[in-house]
Design a protein around this ligand. Structure first.
Ligand code: KG4
Ligand code: ZN
Length: 336
């Protein structure tokens, strides 16, 4: 079975062809970073305009790399939300047009669900139940996935998402956009213990909060002479260490409490090298099994959407059986 998926929820125009749920034939990602970076963040109007310019080429390239034409595709899938409405609309319109022209079923997929399912592409042994930590530019959620399409959101951020905090701190330090990968790289030259930023644990709750930590970085920068690459690297490392410790400790405490056997990382921040390292370290000897996607599948891509759609077909989801050209873009779509 060949699935062609389209993802345009933010600033990446992506299309992918997946064979039989696991064999990735193509995963084309056209990034708009160069367009948005001079503004220090994604400009929604520019994002949708560039999706519109790129979508046909990206879809065609995904088909070409898979050596298939539209007639060979069995099912289409597309991100329905959450995301920027103008960006989502471009992908959805492209998918609906192809679906009606070639008479193919079309499956709408939740973007967050896609991030979680990126793990199924590379880990055949993974199956629910598990605890997922979803950390991206717009989301920080602890999700208890009890079965396919059975999600329970245990906690979420009360303010900034983890990726958003990385991006804001990078902006403050004048490091560029997107901040996550830049801080990740710079932090390797810094000392994570040189500056002790607060660890916001919100005891007794599964929620997260990163805006206080961000403010303490702001206060540190305005209260000290921050000059020189070493000091900036120490701030980056100290901030990153605080975020990563909170994410790892809260996730592992929750996994223990729920008595789950598997922990899954998902979303752009799951690409963070310090986060992956600390999870690897702390999970050792606990009996828990940790899963995370390869780097390219952590950040936005259409392969993860194709994979989530595959499981919806396999599990006879109502999302697959419904009249599928009816759905709308849902910028605030919830997982559960
Ligand atoms: O999942 P994603 O591509 O888009 C959303 O759904 O939001 O995540 C993007 C976020 C950005 O905030 C970016 O700075 C962050 O993921 N990110 C990272 C790393 N790579 C991307 N954060 C920390 N370390 C990284 N290596
Ligand atoms: Zn994403």
């Amino acid at each position: 079975m060949y699935i062609l998926a389209i993802e345009t929820s933010c600033d990446e125009t992506s299309a992918s062809v997946l064979k039989d749920g696991r064999k990735l034939l193509s995963n084309v990602i056209s990034s708009q970073i160069n367009i948005h970076k001079k503004y220090g963040g994604v400009v929604p109007e520019l994002a949708s305009r560039h999706h519109l310019q790129n979508i046909n080429f990206v879809v065609q390239e995904a088909l070409d790399l898979a050596r298939l034409d539209m007639k060979k595709i069995d099912v289409l899938a597309v991100t329905q939300g959450p995301g920027l409405v103008g960006s989502l609309l471009v992908g959805i319109m492209a998918a609906k047009t192809l679906a009606s022209l070639y008479q193919k079923p079309l499956i709408p997929v939740n973007h967050i669900e896609g991030h979680i399912y990126a793990n199924f592409l590379e880990h055949p042994e993974l199956k629910p139940p598990f605890l997922a930590l979803v950390v991206s530019g717009g989301h920080t959620e602890l999700v208890w996935q009890q079965g396919h399409e059975k999600y329970k959101i245990l906690g979420r951020t009360r303010d900034d998402a983890a990726g958003e905090a990385f991006d804001k701190v990078a902006k403050l330090l004048k490091l560029g956009y997107p901040g996550g990968p830049i801080i990740d790289k710079l932090a390797r030259q810094g000392d994570p213990a040189a500056i002790k930023f607060p660890r916001p644990y919100l005891e007794g709750s599964y929620d997260f909060s990163f805006s206080g930590l961000k403010t303490s970085v702001v206060n540190y920068v305005s209260g000290h002479q921050v000059s020189g690459a070493k000091r900036t690297a120490d701030i980056a490392a100290g901030f990153q260490q605080a975020v990563v410790e909170v994410l790892v400790n809260k996730t592992l405490q929750t996994a223990k409490k729920l008595k789950v056997k598997r922990v899954v990382l998902a979303g752009g921040v799951a690409a963070n090298s310090a986060l992956r390292r600390l999870f690897d370290e702390k999970i050792r000897g606990t009996g828990l099994k940790l899963f995370y996607p390869s780097l390219v599948l952590c950040t936005d891509n259409a392969a993860m959407i194709a994979c989530a759609a595959y499981y919806k077909i396999r599990n006879r989801s109502p999302k697959y059986r419904r009249e599928m050209l009816e759905f709308k873009a849902e910028p605030n779509l919830e997982l559960a």
